[in-house]
Write a protein that binds this ligand. Structure first.
Ligand code: ZN
Length: 287
């Protein structure tokens, strides 16, 4: 009996030591997860987990799951996109006032959403704004976990250099598309379009969590005809049903652009997705 007790005490010591050693970072959804994987790459004693399941798109209409509550309870720092994307978390976070919440969009001025009273929070889609997010994440983590502060910042510098190279490649690839008007599935591409000189003339879904209404679809059809738009862009995370109806009605063709809200658990995935988006855009405009 005594031996078992000693063993139990030893085991609990080992477990508490493990728990104390690891700095557990929680991200709210995929884009924050990928940026954070880069900021924490090859740093020992730091773990990153993602809250929303990878298959979820943006967090519009997301509701907290039981496993999310467990992850929030265990986290040492939380990384959010901000701009209202994580509005559903406000109540649960008020119960954990000790948890450092790092707002990746600190200092980024967001534009108004087409949804009343909301901001368009899809800033990660502009690689230059993503660099600001990376710096904010690194600074926030360095403050919450000073032991690894230098490593976070060094990783952020290296990743930002890659994002800068990505931006310059995208600039070259998309230069011929300056001024073109595009219609996207939801307002996830506004910042991306602005960076590379394109104009989002309209969106198919005003509220991405819901199917567009018959009226929305009719309005988009009118817009496509009025502006003589030849291509519609859907997103892999959402059904293309409405786009197919509009395409049939107007003769426009459909291409898929990825807002990078789901995908591989690979630090390089954001860059891969953006390169593919640029390639698809060029293909859609027959370049
Ligand atoms: Zn979205």
């Amino acid at each position: 009996m005594k031996r078992i007790l000693i063993l139990l005490v030893m085991l609990s010591l080992v477990f508490s030591a493990c728990a104390a050693e690891e700095f557990r970072i929680l991200t709210t959804f995929y884009p924050m997860y990928i940026l954070t994987l880069n900021v924490t790459e090859n740093i020992e004693g730091v773990s990153v987990s993602n809250m929303a399941e990878q298959t979820v798109g943006c967090l519009h209409d997301y509701t907290l799951q039981t496993q999310d509550m467990v992850k929030i309870e265990q986290a040492d720092a939380l990384i959010v996109n901000g701009g209202g994307m994580e509005q559903f978390m406000e109540r649960v976070l008020s119960a954990r006032t000790d948890l450092p919440v790092i707002n990746a969009s600190d200092g980024i001025e967001m534009e108004q959403s087409i949804e009343d009273g909301l901001l368009n929070a899809h800033v990660w889609m502009d690689p230059v704004l993503a660099m600001t997010q990376v710096k904010n994440i690194a600074d926030g983590l360095a403050a919450a976990d000073p032991d690894h502060g230098d490593s976070y910042r060094q990783n952020a510098v290296a990743y930002c250099a890659r994002l800068e190279a990505l931006d310059s490649t995208l600039c070259d690839m998309l230069k011929p598309l300056e001024g073109v008007r595009i219609i996207t599935f939801h307002e996830a591409f506004n910042y991306f379009a602005e960076r590379y000189g394109m104009v989002v003339a309209g969106v198919i879904a005003n509220e991405p969590g819901e199917e567009p209404s018959t009226r929305d679809i009719a309005e988009t059809c009118d817009l496509v005809k009025e502006l003589d738009i030849k291509t519609l862009f859907t997103e892999p995370q959402y059904p293309a049903t409405a786009a197919q109806i509009i395409a049939r009605e107007t003769g426009a063709s459909i291409y898929v652009l990825d807002p990078c809200v789901s995908g591989e658990e690979s630090p390089a995935h954001y860059e891969a997705v953006q390169m593919e988006n640029a390639r698809i855009l060029r293909e859609a405009f027959e370049l």
